[in-house]
Design a protein around this ligand. Structure first.
Ligand SMILES: [Zn+2]
Length: 402
């Protein structure tokens, strides 16, 4: 790491050299007056000072003999340059307040960022600079200095802003901060916050974010980053290792009649060797409200089998096991749905970008530990965030993506 306050003498040495090369002059114009002259393409009377005088006045700056605003060192560029921001810009100015670091407290003449970073880039062998499009003038200013020294300017890549599409509200850093402080967001890693901390807590790997951004390439215009791209990258990373479980959100309990007393779907459909889950089916199952079929219609309870939804006039609505084989799904278009047993299921709060959702996971969800990634079948991936000591209490998972 380079600390400018450790390198002030280096900047002074380069300023002296620049003065000797005729590339800089001391100027005591009042800032507003200089600006007026500069904007009309007029040189100030100090521009033609002889090098001797400039040297003396710069040493007086270094010695702290001026106060803030009394004297600056300007780089002699082109007073007619079509961009006024590049005309004879300031390289050093006086600062009255001592630097907070004790080692640098005696310095009063301080370089401006463009001068300082330009010198540092060259001395540290920087070959490529990646910076925001809003800093385009920096490269142009620094090129004047490089030309005086006969240095080769690094390759510059300018980047536009990246907008992320998935968040409804455009949240700036200060907006997020105030929402965190007011308690409207739980913290910087609240799933609703468009932050890397939030994306991480949801279980999205840094690699997925980096890959998606690299794929955007470099563009000087503002670009949109589709979160779906990040999700696709992350899915490739986590799909293989994420075992499957069932999670039913806000489910309806429906009794099951007939049929086996347990289901044994695989932990991962591509990895039979990992084994199977054991889901007891006692008296009833929970299914998502939108998955409840019309009366008389069948559904396939995934990993269990085919049931028909029956709603007798005087009895309790129930799923009646039909013993159909899997061809019913393939040929007759019976929908396959996920489910959990009504008893013994695990209460889960799923934290999502749209708020918290409560649900129930199948009993073996208790096997998970914080940071594990699971795929809830037909719901999506989630990162297990906290597991209570008492398994009957609420587990918390963060929704990753579909
Ligand atoms: Zn002047």
């Amino acid at each position: 790491m380079i600390r400018a306050s450790d390198r002030v003498e280096t900047y002074y040495d380069h300023a002296r050299e620049l003065v000797d090369l005729g590339g800089a002059y001391t100027c005591s114009c009042e800032a507003g007056a200089f600006s007026d002259m500069k904007n009309s393409g007029e040189a100030c009377p100090h521009r033609e000072k002889d090098v001797e005088t400039v040297r003396e006045e710069f040493e007086a700056m270094v010695a702290g003999e001026y106060e803030s605003g009394e004297m600056v060192l300007r780089v002699r560029t082109d007073i007619d340059h079509k961009n006024p921001a590049l005309r004879d810009f300031v390289a050093f100015r006086m600062i009255d307040t001592p630097h907070p670091r004790e080692e640098a407290a005696e310095y009063r003449a301080w370089p401006m960022l463009d001068f300082q970073s330009g010198i540092d880039d060259h001395l540290t062998g920087v070959t490529h600079i990646i910076r925001g499009i809003d800093l385009q003038d920096s490269a142009k200013r620094q090129r004047f200095v490089y030309d005086y020294f006969g240095w080769e300017y690094p390759e510059v890549v300018h980047w536009g802003k990246i907008q992320i599409d998935a968040y409804d509200v455009k949240m700036s850093t200060s907006t997020i901060r105030s929402l965190v402080e007011s308690g409207d967001l739980d913290g910087w890693d609240d799933p609703r916050a468009p932050t890397l901390a939030s994306v991480k807590r949801r279980g999205i790997r840094g690699e997925a974010v980096v890959d998606a951004i690299v794929e955007l390439g470099t563009s000087t215009s503002d670009v949109d980053l589709a979160m779906s791209t990040v999700y696709a990258k992350n899915r490739e990373l986590v799909d293989d290792e994420s075992d499957r479980r069932f999670l039913v959100r806000d489910g309806a309990a429906i009794p099951v009649e007939g049929g086996p007393d347990a289901a044994h779907p695989p932990l991962h459909p591509d990895h039979e060797d990992r084994g199977r889950r054991d889901i007891p089916v006692r008296d009833a199952v929970l299914v998502e409200l939108e998955d409840v079929p019309d009366v008389g219609e069948r559904v396939w309870l995934k990993g269990y089998g085919c049931v028909r939804y029956e709603d007798p006039v005087d009895g309790e609505a129930s799923f009646v096991f039909t013993d159909d084989d899997i061809d019913a799904v393939r040929e007759e278009g019976v929908p396959v749905i996920h489910w959990v047993p009504a008893a013994e299921s695990v209460p889960v709060t799923l934290r999502t970008m749209d708020g918290d959702v409560s649900g129930h996971a199948e009993p073996s969800f208790r096997d998970y530990a914080p940071d594990d990634v699971v795929q809830f079948e037909r719901v999506g991936f989630a990162r297990v965030d906290s597991v209570p000591e008492d398994a009957a209490e609420e587990h918390v998972a963060y929704y990753t993506h579909p």
